[in-house]
Write a protein that binds this ligand. Structure first.
Ligand SMILES: C[S@@+](CC[C@H](N)C(=O)[O-])C[C@H]1O[C@@H](n2cnc3c(N)ncnc32)[C@H](O)[C@@H]1O
Length: 185
């Protein structure tokens, strides 16, 4: 089976999925593990009133981990994902067109976004997102053994993080197939 990262493939998953974790091709357990870990490093309690961009938001379930004092915006390149997110969270902002986004956000999270992407894009996109984050960028990346998926290289991610800031951390404890990078300004 070829797993495809095209907008159309994600649109199809969005139409067929019954749950936010199914839409992402995650288990519920792994989705919650990622969200709990991202929320821990986002330090939500410390920064009321800040804005959060959830890049590659899928059905937008991460909004349940974000304090109501935050301004949340979910972006996904799949319009069908965004349509399902809007149904589930009608009071939140979601977009599938980058032109609808603000120029910058205090915090940007990207959770499992590049698992099916071409191998080289995640480092470029992390850099692009870092330039748009005023305070932090947090990403969950795949490091498992499924040949159909894009395995992110923790060493390359550390090198990138270290070139962008001296405040970064890696957490590879929350799931065997994943790791998180958090970078702060
Ligand atoms: C594995 S799902 C994860 C969804 C969500 N972050 C979650 O934790 O459930 C990946 C999502 O990223 C979106 N995506 C993939 N590549 C993207 C890109 N380059 N820009 C924006 N969204 C992207 C897909 O449409 C899909 O909804």
């Amino acid at each position: 089976m070829v797993l495809d990262n095209s907008v159309e493939a994600w649109n199809e998953r969005a139409r067929q999925a019954q749950t936010p974790w199914e839409a992402a091709s995650f288990s519920e357990y792994s989705q919650v593990a990622r969200y709990d870990t991202v929320a821990k490093y986002l330090k939500i309690g410390d920064w009321p009133g800040n804005s959060v961009l959830d890049w590659g938001c899928g059905f937008g379930r991460f909004v349940d981990w974000v304090s109501p004092e935050f301004t949340y915006c979910g972006y996904d390149h799949s319009p069908e994902m965004v349509a399902r997110a809007k149904e589930l969270y009608p009071k939140c902002k979601f977009a599938s067109d980058v032109k609808e986004l603000e120029l910058g956000y205090d915090h940007i999270v990207a959770i499992g976004v590049w698992t099916l992407a071409s191998a080289f894009t995640y480092l470029n996109e992390l850099t692009w997102l870092w330039d748009r984050a005023r305070k932090s960028l947090i990403a969950c990346l795949y490091r498992g053994t499924d040949e159909r998926c894009t395995k992110s290289d923790p060493i390359a991610v550390v090198a990138l993080a270290n070139s962008l800031t001296n405040k970064w951390l890696i957490d590879a404890t929350y799931l065997p197939n994943d790791f998180l990078v958090a970078m702060y300004k």
